[in-house]
Design a protein around this ligand. Structure first.
Ligand code: G4P
Length: 525
């Protein structure tokens, strides 16, 4: 197969959802279809279990195990499908944000009873920022659900994207009869308890009396009425609007019952983009370029504390990646070659000789990589990563064992490279502040520093509201501000100035008094 064909047949995407909406179940069913696993439960057993929320060690252990399912590749209908897993625990939302930098499209799972939930909204913001095409799968129709029109309105409003249903549910809960697939014009009947993998019944016209026979006159008449409304309200499906990320096609189904999943997969493979161009600071890199380039979007620590090895996940952006070939690590300015790059096929990890754009390569690393690092065949460009977002929680981190200050500094440095949390260093006194999305991460950091680096730390409270990155066209006012607010100024890990506001009131005052300064909650604006 030619190089271009290899690229064209790749689909690299992530499934995202609020915890419990059914992401794991859907992933598993997709893998079953792909023949990548043969029994249900294989993915589930690697999932971060929600019951363990208070037991962070358990969660860390499970995160370690989940390295095997971080990327799940499989072959289906001539396509090479790469599903990038995202952590199920909301405290690790940042890991998910970063994974979204490595995908070409996204499937969002929404619980049909709960509708759009908080974490989905947040993740969608990242998709919007990157213009990632999304498909929505509304799950759990076998349970009493919200009205489908209401759900679609909610998706439009909450996720700020236009929708176009490509399938339509026939009732829900105990009366769930099935879905009418508008994409391939077929009726699929739902039979509870039957985990069917069957084809639908092709019905080109819903007015066909066959429909009445199959689902009963009353449901058939409801369906006709609703489909008429659908066609009246929503514009015809146009693949380009999906690829432009302005319209999200919507499917209804029940992942647990394997219902609506095959249709989703078939349509997805048909319309989802193959690897897209990637933006570097210097230029846009086209996947079809001959020379290899890629970037690190995730670093996974080895869970064996005796071997501080890590696995860097590299997304191939252009050209062909080859084993034992010299590549330039742009930030270090040095050449490196990799003797045991791994690929991920379902639950197996194996050493590979080559990889194509869209693929994810795992590279064993002893500390050379940071998230966002670029590898090329020699050209010096830097892939644009994701901006930093202001953390929600902050604490001072202090050394608790004077003999181990070096270990602590190294540990903090490496954990920040992995993107476990953000570090801010006070410009007034050099004290270090750790910022996280969830409280659990503080415990994880403390535990890992001790077990992997032999360093003991303690936290001290600090009352902070937000970290704000600054922008101003008035250099003098900015300087003046920085001097006056020195005790609230810090540097982030890239050396950028950050204003650590301790309350929304203080931030408002700063904004009022320094009108030529803009305060941003993200590092890029
Ligand atoms: P997540 O990864 O998004 O967190 O969700 P997950 O797939 O684990 O699903 C959360 C719960 O919802 C699971 O039940 C799962 O079985 C159930 N579920 C998923 N899809 C459907 C569906 O289509 N219909 C119904 N009725 N339930 C569904 P659980 O009891 O929390 O876990 P488990 O004991 O089944 O493992």
């Amino acid at each position: 197969m030619g190089f271009n064909d290899e690229i064209n047949r790749r689909r690299t995407f992530a499934i995202i959802s609020h915890p419990d909406a059914g992401k794991t179940t859907l992933t598993e069913k997709l893998l079953l279809f792909g023949g990548a696993i043969h029994v249900a439960g294989a993915v589930k057993s690697n999932k971060i279990k929600k019951t363990a929320t208070s037991d962070f060690m358990e969660i860390e252990k499970q995160r370690g195990i989940s390295v095997a399912t971080s990327v799940m590749g499989f072959e289906y209908n001539g396509c090479k499908v790469n599903i990038l897993d995202t952590p199920g625990h909301q405290d690790f939302a940042e890991d998910t944000f970063r994974t979204l930098t490595a995908v070409d499209s996204v499937i969002i799972v929404v619980d049909s009873a709960k509708g759009v939930e908080a974490q989905t909204r947040k993740l969608m913001e990242v998709c919007r920022m990157r213009h990632t095409p999304v498909i929505v799968f509304i799950n759990k129709l076998d349970r009493p659900s919200k009205d489908p029109f209401e759900l679609l309105d909610e998706v439009e409003e909450e996720l700020k994207i236009k929708v176009r249903p490509l399938s339509w549910p026939i009732n829900n809960g105990p009366n769930f009869k099935g879905v009418y697939n508008l994409f391939d014009e077929s009726l699929y009947l739902f039979e509870p308890s039957k985990q069917s993998l069957e084809e639908g019944i092709a019905i080109k016209n819903v007015n066909d009396p066959k429909v009445d026979k199959l689902i009963g006159e009353s449901f058939a008449s409801d369906l006709r009425g609703e489909l008429e409304l659908v066609e009246g309200v929503y514009p015809e499906f146009d693949k380009q609007t999906y690829l432009d990320a302005t319209v999200a096609p919507v499917f209804f189904g029940s992942a647990l019952n394997n219902f609506g999943v095959r249709e989703l997969l078939n349509c997805f493979l048909h319309i989802a983009p193959s690897p897209l161009p990637s933006q570097a600071d210097e230029r846009i890199i086209n996947p079809y370029e001959e020379k290899f380039s890629g970037f690190v979007f995730k670093i996974h620590a080895n869970m064996d504390p005796n071997h501080r090895n890590r696995l860097a996940f590299v997304k191939v952006c252009s050209g062909k990646f080859e084993r034992n070939t010299n590549y330039l690590h742009v930030r270090h300015g040095k050449n490196m070659k990799f003797s045991s790059p791994t690929a991920f096929m379902a639950d197996k990890k194996s050493i590979i000789d080559e990889a194509y754009p869209g693929d994810i390569v795992g590279i064993p690393d002893s500390g050379n990589f940071k998230i966002g690092d670029t590898l090329t065949e020699g050209e010096k460009f830097h892939f644009k990563g994701l901006p930093s977002f202001s953390p929600e929680l902050f604490r001072y981190i202090e050394n608790d064992d004077p003999m181990k200050s070096k270990q602590l500094a190294k540990g903090i440095d490496q954990l920040m490279d992995e993107g476990v949390a953000q570090l801010f260093v006070s410009q007034l006194n050099g004290r270090k502040v750790i910022g996280t999305v969830g409280a659990l991460q503080f415990e994880v950091i403390q535990y890992r520093l001790l077990h992997e680096y032999g360093a003991k730390c303690r936290y001290e409270p600090i009352n902070l509201y937000k970290a704000c990155w600054l922008e101003s066209s008035d250099a003098k006012q900015l300087d003046d501000f920085k001097q006056r607010k020195l005790q609230y100024m810090a540097k982030d890990k890239f050396g950028r100035d950050v204003f650590m506001a301790d309350s929304s009131y203080m931030l408002q005052m700063a904004q009022d008094n320094f009108s030529k300064i803009k305060f941003h909650f993200t590092s890029e604006f």
